[in-house]
Design a binder for this molecule. Structure first.
Ligand code: 6PG
Length: 243
């Protein structure tokens, strides 16, 4: 497991911003565009705010960035729980990519229909590998919940074992709002996946993920293993406390 620990949260965020900048430069140089799937959650929000200001706001060619989402709550785009709203307020309205580069998951539409529509949107834009029909995003940013979920793939739910679909809709027990999520086949087809994990509440789960003990039922975050891409974990010292 390629994992880097940063003593302070600020160091973690700067390292993540550097990774995003490097991935963007590489993809834009190679293909003229950078296909990036954003995550929801408090940790990514800090990264987006950092990227929205100097020096990162001018180090990335935002006109070449295509924004996708790894998951979304089934709510309208201005709702307090919308991952799109969070990204818009923390990043997009500052760096102002062309509207047609913002490929949001439409949480206000009927979830199953939206899952299919988003698959078509993914298929329409991004690159493919020579050997697979699955869209190959340049970078998928992910967080991890204290229960080991990532994107909206929650432990023990059907979305985790989905093999065929690239995007699923599900109602998760104990969560009032339904979710749309990219699935493991799409995530594991990416050129790069970056986990950003911070906070002491994640420490026991991160220790379990890192132990890779075959006796444990794998957590969704552990099932992220790009088949022909890079995987990196950036974590802060609080999350790494039990490693
Ligand atoms: C979301 C997510 C989710 C998140 C983790 C970690 O929409 O909430 O995409 O998978 O990344 O729950 O969230 P925190 O960074 O807030 O701990």
């Amino acid at each position: 497991m390629q994992l880097s620990v940063f003593p302070q949260r600020g160091d973690l965020m700067r390292a993540a911003a550097e990774r995003v900048t490097a991935h963007a430069a590489r993809a834009i140089e190679a293909r003229g565009r950078f296909d990036w799937a954003l995550a929801g959650g408090k940790t990514p929000e800090e990264l987006y705010r950092l990227l929205a200001g100097a020096p990162y706001s001018s180090r990335i060619d935002w006109t070449r960035v295509h924004f996708f989402w790894s998951d979304e709550r089934c709510v309208p785009p201005d709702h307090a729980d919308s991952n799109y709203r969070m990204a818009r307020e923390s990043l997009l309205e500052h760096v102002r990519p062309p509207d047609e580069h913002v490929h949001r998951l439409r949480g206000e539409l009927p979830p199953r229909l939206e899952a299919s529509r988003y698959e078509a949107e993914l298929a329409g834009g991004s690159a493919r590998s020579d050997t697979s029909p699955v869209p190959r995003l340049d970078l998928i940013l992910l967080g991890m919940g204290a229960d080991g979920h990532t994107a909206s793939l929650f432990p023990g739910t059907a979305a985790v074992s989905e093999q065929r679909r690239w995007v699923t809709a599900s109602q998760i027990e104990g969560h009032e709002i339904a979710r749309l999520s990219c699935t493991l086949p799409l995530i594991n087809a990416a050129a790069s996946v970056l986990f950003l994990v911070a906070g002491a509440d994640k420490a026991p789960t991160l220790a379990r993920v890192a132990s890779e003990d075959p006796r444990d039922e794998p957590l969704p975050a552990q099932l992220v293993r790009p088949t022909a891409g890079e995987l990196e974990w950036l974590v802060d010292a609080d999350a790494a406390a039990l490693l």
